[in-house]
Design a binder for this molecule. Structure first.
Ligand SMILES: Cc1cc2nc3c(=O)[nH]c(=O)nc-3n(C[C@H](O)[C@H](O)[C@H](O)COP(=O)(O)O)c2cc1C
Length: 208
């Protein structure tokens, strides 16, 4: 399967076959593939809570506008972004230097203390931005693995944080349902056209 085939096949599935499970090995493979994604300064902002139990899915369902697909999916991933991931720079410094990217830890310490350190809104944006890029890759990796997915943002953030003991330095970026489609999807909903979303050289200047 080519990447463009995966892009065209991917849909947000809302009707899962509840009898079809997703194995721990499949989830591991999916996460390991997806986290080859880029992240700002390679800080690996993403974290996951893998929910496959009926009890766990019920807790999510109750706090997610009762969206049925959260119960029927084989697994639901609570995808988190670490807001203070810049403090983890020390986990990566030796690797960067050993592989010849930087001569010493000076640059990376500046990143940690200056670029992110004093800017809480940028920290949060980055946790969401880098983690979201990873989830985009996850959607395509899942297609190649024969799995269906849907990103879900319709949930009560605070209640999910509390119900799953998520610390305050993490932002719930989205839920991701993973499973096997039960009924075929209707045609894809429309997209804005190229001319509607692209400008040339300056905002507002139409592209030919
Ligand atoms: C960040 C994000 C959050 C979403 N949240 C929900 C959701 O809570 N419930 C839902 O049914 N679909 C959700 N969707 C799916 C969108 O409705 C879907 O992507 C869109 O209608 C386009 O359809 P397609 O993904 O099949 O191309 C979400 C998609 C994204 C990217």
């Amino acid at each position: 399967m080519t990447v463009s085939e995966a892009i065209k096949l991917r849909r947000s599935v809302h009707s899962y076959d509840p009898t079809k499970k997703v194995s721990d090995e499949q989830i591991r493979q999916l996460i390991e593939l997806s986290t080859l994604a880029p992240s700002s300064f390679n800080l690996n902002h993403w974290r996951f809570i893998v929910v496959t139990s009926d009890e766990g899915k019920k807790k999510l369902h109750e706090n997610s506008l009762n969206q049925r697909h959260l119960l029927d999916a084989g697994a639901v991933l609570i995808v988190l972004g670490k807001i203070d991931a810049h403090l983890d720079v020390g986990l990566f410094v030796d690797d960067w230097i050993e592989k010849g990217y930087y001569p010493d830890d000076n640059h990376l310490n500046i990143v940690s203390s200056k670029f992110y350190g004093l800017r809480p809104s940028v920290q949060r944006d980055e946790a969401i931005r880098s983690t979201s890029i990873m989830t985009g890759i996850m959607l395509l990796a899942a297609v190649e693995m024969g799995l269906s997915t849907a990103p879900v943002i319709g949930f009560h953030f605070d209640k999910v944080m509390e119900a799953f003991d998520i610390p305050e330095n993490y932002v719930p970026v989205m839920l991701m349902t993973v499973g096997y489609e039960k009924t075929p999807m209707p045609p894809r909903v429309k997209r804005l056209g190229f001319e509607d979303i692209c400008y040339k050289e300056n905002f507002g200047k139409p592209i030919e």
